[in-house]
Design a protein around this ligand. Sequence first.
Ligand code: CDT
Length: 301
Amino acid sequence: MREIVIGGAQMGPIQKAEPRTAVVERMLALLEQAVAEKCDLVVFPELALTTFFPRWWMEDQAEIDAWFETEMPNAATQPLFDRARETGTAITFGYAEKTPEGRHFNTSILTDKQGAIIGKYRKVHLPGHSEYDTERAFQHLEKKYFEPGDLGFPVWRNLDAWMGMCICNDRRWPEVYREMGLQGVELITLGYNTPSVNSQLSDEGLEKRLYHSELSMTAGAYQNACWVVGVAKAGDEDGHPLMGGSIIVDPDGFVVARAQTEGDELIVHACDMDACNFGKTTIFDFARHRRIEHYSRITSQ
Ligand code: CDT
């Protein structure tokens, strides 16, 4: 048995005016809770350090860049890395990354139990639009503020398991799970900021949006015989509601832990990585059963 106790650290809303230092205090409180519950790994959401700023139209590059981190760890996040190292807890969280070359990505990092960053992922599927859209109830400008990730979908050996990451909208694409599944992934972690309402379909209810989120993650887990941990930033950010629905999904596709609120809330499950073995060696033994001669359209169009 290769057990990893995983904490899904859902975060409640972060207002536009809330400084990173205050957000990191909240993350530290969730980390302490996770340590008390003997977690080995704590998963925080996408863009965990700030409000979901892509909802705001900005033209001034300095104003845009203020939402981005130029190094990680940095002064604001160092206390989180320090406490994670002291407690021997691996962490993963998302942030807006500006590289030394001035490139902008929606990024997640993964640490080992010593607090060293051992993995970085840059979001590939950027939803929304790049121009101001007068038809929408609110903006979703990820295509304006970020470029698509350039690192693919790597997996890393951590805590004696194969781990991979994706971010928010990525969770809706089967290719994402399969790319990592083909590398033997046993645990996929992801964070999300998903508006509670559809900006282009006013009558789409929260129930349907939660269902589609869960459907994507449970299917990805089952079809690749891996654990999936999806963690929301939720609640009302300056009048803009984000949905909760953070879950831990086992390799059979069953939800084994689920957040009840739209606030800061830790969900915990002891995840046995060996539970992936059965699916990976039977129905989803890719080497034996896939028929790639029929899949060429997937990468050619
Ligand atoms: N952050 C993120 O990727 N959110 C999207 C919303 C899509 S609506 C433009 C999601 O798929 O949850």
